[in-house]
Design a protein. Structure first.
Ligand code: PRX
Length: 636
């Protein structure tokens, strides 16, 4: 074994015990967690029913906790609930009217604060406005907005009256937005005039205009949050957000929803075809995100919590909006880049607001590693207690850097493995649990996880295999919008078993700690963002010069993975640097900046199977100088 591998193994096998500061505020001890976990597996229905009753408000209790009509499942059948009541009204009624719900900051240091009481009124006004627009329970709206309080208000207003929201990350292009609007047949699109990143204004409204220019007859109205008052001349079907809500009543009774009514759709990449519209329902999702927020982050009443994600992704849905509001905490949200105006931006925010719980992605940690420890060293980070990681495997070096330079060896790190489909954290240690750098850790309550081979056989400790989840949990996706067969696939991949296959490769050690190694399928993870190779390839071949294309992920120091594209040009085109640039620009336009290949190589041929499938595995092995593996199916 090489020295490097040895060193890494030494690091990941070292156990870090929770610091004193963490243990003092811990909501559960390790022993309590273990006891509760045991109960959650032995009697999942009893376990979740008890928590649902204790932690959430229900208009009517469920008739049955769980039903599994394979592969479809339901939780809290017959239960009546409204997630916004749990996120807002009950806190306002229980003495938290004046507690801050969000502190929003931008790159210029402008700050906006909103209390639970104010948030409830704003949500109600917006919900009344949605009704005025003719929206009813079950209708869909698309939200294409940056990380702002207004964006969150609109999500909640939808949930208030049973409208299904589909948030589209504001970095996606017009084509990606159009596909999501038309697939869900959204009646209304919400947008903002612009967002700012690294001091540069990015026009969002023009992206919406471009998206709506084709195939979007379903859209009746566009509601615009004008960030500078009166900056637009509104067209016939366009409305100004504040003008629309100004005249509305601040009271709006929450719609009494069924636990299994849809809450939202969120599109995510698969290994083939267009993105899937993952559908989450209300009751189970509310409960599971509430419980994970509470125990994985150890939220105490006076804590300040900061999840650095964007509300355009699942992390934002579950751990900026629904989880934190349901537990009633105060969250920071920061629009813009982490390192602008300088690499001290995030740490100055931690210092200024005395952030206690900080949740980010490994790609950000690696970015700050590159800037150097002198940046965080300038700031007082002593308020921090729990540090979270999400989105991709955190390499042991980054873990230790995070622990030492941000946590100052006084914080616990919770490395939370989960997915858009899972709704909430699945594998992680809680703060009072011993941690191992690079290993996400243990399954959370109700999660029966294992690492198995292709046939589902258990593997010896530390062997690489497929991660599987053996039973549905409350916040599991319920279907894929309009494509039930894609949902069913998650549960039917391993023959003879009824297990959920997340398509991740993992190992499990002697102590039951799970380490996630990466995707098992053709899905890339660039800076924690999930991107399908098929999507990038189809964007590439839509360029007039491209005959065929294949993309692979390559290890990247900061982004985790970078995209390399291999392209066969049509015969009438000559390879050139100019053309590479043009093709990159084209992908940016088709999908958005996150999907643009870092590298393009023009080739004469692509490795294919005899049936014509591109063997990306072979391309990757050649690119990285790895053994080619089994090439018996290779065409020539
Ligand atoms: O490969 C895993 C990786 O991100 C994928 C899910 O992506 P998405 O649905 O966009 O959700 C990201 C935020 C929850 C997973 O299949 N992933 C996520 N968290 C981790 C991770 N890989 C390793 N460790 C994690 N903590």
């Amino acid at each position: 074994m090489s020295k490097k591998v040895d060193e890494v193994l030494l690091k990941i096998n070292k156990v870090y015990n929770p610091p004193k500061k963490v243990l003092e505020k811990a909501l559960l001890t390790k022993e309590q967690f273990d006891d509760m976990y045991k109960k959650s597996i032995e009697d999942p229905e009893g376990f979740w029913a008890e928590l649902a009753e204790k932690e959430l408000h229900w208009y009517k209790k469920w008739d049955k906790v769980f039903e599994w009509n394979f592969p479809y499942y339901k939780w809290f059948i017959g239960g009546k609930i409204n997630i916004t009541y749990n996120c807002l009204d009950r806190h306002v009624q229980n003495g938290k009217r004046n507690k801050l719900a969000y502190i929003w900051v931008d790159e210029d240091g402008i700050e906006k604060k909103i209390t639970y009481g104010e948030l409830l009124e704003l949500v109600n006004k917006t919900a009344n406005a949605l009704k005025e627009l003719g929206l009813k329970k079950g209708d869909r709206v698309v939200i294409y907005m940056p990380l702002t309080i207004e964006q969150i208000v609109i999500m909640l207003a939808c949930a208030r009256i049973g409208v299904i929201h589909s948030v589209v990350f504001a970095g996606f292009s017009a084509n990606a937005l159009r596909m999501r609007i038309s697939d869900a047949e959204a009646k209304v699109v919400f947008t903002s005039t612009w967002t700012k990143r690294r001091g540069k204004k990015i026009n969002l409204k023009s992206v919406v205009d471009e998206a709506l220019a084709q195939e979007c007859d379903c859209v009746e109205k566009v509601v615009i949050h004008q960030r500078d008052k009166g900056e637009l001349e509104l067209q016939e079907n366009e409305l100004d957000f504040y003008e629309l809500i100004e005249k509305q009543s601040p009271n709006c009774e929450p719609e009494i929803m069924d636990a299994e009514d849809p809450l939202f759709i969120l599109y995510t990449s698969g290994s083939t075809g267009k993105p899937k519209g993952v559908l989450h329902t209300i009751g189970g999702y509310n409960l599971y995100t509430h419980i994970t927020t509470k125990y994985v982050f150890d939220i105490n009443e006076d804590d300040i919590y900061w999840c650095t994600a964007d509300t355009g992704w699942i992390t934002g849905h579950s751990y900026i909006v629904y989880g934190p509001l349901s537990v009633g905490t105060t969250s920071i949200i920061a629009e813009g880049a982490p390192d602008y105006p300088d690499p001290g931006r995030w740490w100055s925010i931690v210092e200024k607001y005395r952030v206690n719980i900080f949740y980010t992605a490994p790609t950000a940690v690696r970015l700050f590693m590159k800037y150097g420890e002198e940046w965080p060293a300038k700031y007082d980070l002593s308020s921090l207690r729990v540090l979270g990681s999400v989105g991709e495997p955190i390499n042991p070096e980054a873990w230790i850097w995070y622990y030492e330079n941000i946590g100052r060896k006084q914080c616990s790190i919770v490395d939370t493995w989960w997915q858009t489909e899972t709704g909430g954290h699945m594998i992680t240690t809680i703060p009072s649990y011993p941690q191992k750098p690079g290993k996400a850790g243990k399954p959370f309550f109700g999660i029966e996880a294992d690492v198995v081979d292709e046939e589902g056989n258990p593997l010896p400790p530390n062997a690489e295999g497929y991660l599987v989840i053996k039973k549905p949990w409350p916040s599991a996706l319920r279907t894929c919008w309009g494509e039930p067969e894609r949902f069913e696939k998650y549960w039917t991949q391993i023959k003879g078993k009824q297990w959920y296959l997340p398509e991740d490769v993992a190992t499990k050690d002697e102590d039951g700690y799970i380490m996630i190694l990466g995707r098992a399928d053709d899905v890339l993870n660039v800076s924690g963002h999930r991107i399908g190779t098929a999507e990038v390839e189809s964007a590439l071949v839509s360029h007039p010069a491209v005959a065929e294309a294949a993309v692979i992920g390559k290890p990247h120091e900061i982004k985790g993975q970078s995209i390399k594209a291999f392209i066969i040009l049509k015969t009438s085109y000559e390879p050139s640097e100019e053309l590479k640039k043009e093709i990159k620009e084209h992908v940016k336009h088709e999908l958005g900046p996150i999907a643009v290949p870092d590298e393009i190589e023009f080739v004469e041929k692509l490795p294919k199977t005899r049936s014509g499938k591109i063997m990306r595995r072979v391309l990757r092995a050649k690119e990285l100088g790895l053994p080619l593996g089994d090439t018996s199916t290779l065409e020539d």
